[in-house]
Design a protein. Sequence first.
Length: 461
Amino acid sequence: MIKVTSPYNFKVIKEIPLDGKAEVEKVLKVAHNLFTDRSKWLPAYKRIEILEHVVDIMKNRVEELTKTAAEEGGKPYMDSKVEVMRAINGVKIAIEQIGQLKGEQIPMGHTLSSENRLAFTIREPIGVVAAISAFNHPLNLIIHQTVTAVAAGCPVIVKPARSTPLSCLAFANILQEAGLPEGWCQTIVCNNANSELLVTDKRISYFSFIGSGKVGWYLKSKLAPGTACALEHGGAAPVIVEADADIKSMLPALLKSGFYHAGQVCVSAQRVFVYKDIVEIVASFLAEMATKLIVGDPLDPKTEVGPLILPEEVDRIEMWVNEAVNKGAKLLCGGKRISASCYEPTVLLNPPDDSLVSTEEIFGPVVCIYSYTDRNEAIQRANALPFIFQAAVFTKNIDIALDTVNKLNATAVMVNDHTAFRVDWMPFGGRNDSGIGVGGIPYTIHEMTTEKLVVIKSPAY
């Protein structure tokens, strides 16, 4: 058994069984047998019908799902409610995409050898999907990994983060209640060794991973031949702020993207490069706003910043901030632990480029601001890390904006918006150390299908 506890006050929420090697083999066998027996495949209309029922059930359980996500994951109540509403919309997006799973006609007759042939492609489910998820969005990430598989017609086995399994288990029950036949979405809560046993099995055709780069890249190296994968890791999102930026509208965006979910988001604004003439203004205003954020119990609707997921993360953040300050960073606000689970929203000015807060993903409530005189130099510093994910630029000059978009090494660049902007139908994912593959519900569904060519030879063509 494992105890699922609140990251805020460590209260035990629930005890659940820990699955072992036998359970891993069982779920693999069930999923593989479903996929290899085409008579059991779910037709498109049935998948649509089931997912429409899922939407109806979730709409009636918003409060319950919100409290579960907030209590186990520590994201504040209001933000967790937004996550639940996003999750419901994500199911709707998946429903829409089922009708878009189509092939194309391939022209024939362009050579003598291709005469009298009709050719076209169709899309089929890729096979059994294994998904390992992260703690920071305990419901919406599960939607991205399970509903996409269901929409594509793939059996899916999902392993939630051991710290936040309850939202996943609740959603799996909703799928079953909505009419998804047994075995099409199975959950497993297990240790790392059995997770590896699951995803590296030759019966897995697609591996979806959201979490630590160290773990993700290791598991990718162990995949069976032919297993496709998508890995979504962390980042250290850079922001370029030009002298003409609209500071009034920019600051709330920086505040939100820096401290949302206590900075435990892979595209949190971490490194903000501000032109020298306005850096003091931007830094002081942001620090002033950060000190007013309400930190505390995620179940309290007034809370704006919740706890770190584990006490050792508080220890790490404290050590990194102290290191930066000792090396010369100016501490503008925060810099102290509030409790064993919470850390003050912190703003640092000009931490050294070799400090941990400048070179690693912070994944905590810390924003670093750096002064620059030359934009190209700032872009070079922004591009210096191996994390390639979302970035942002703030400027009123369209030429500067587009030039910065061109030069920033990122998978997405937001212009006059924060780095954490996302809607679930857009492409989303990292490169280099930050991952491989493209997320976003339509893109994931497409990746979970494979193309089959059909060529018909007939004198009629």
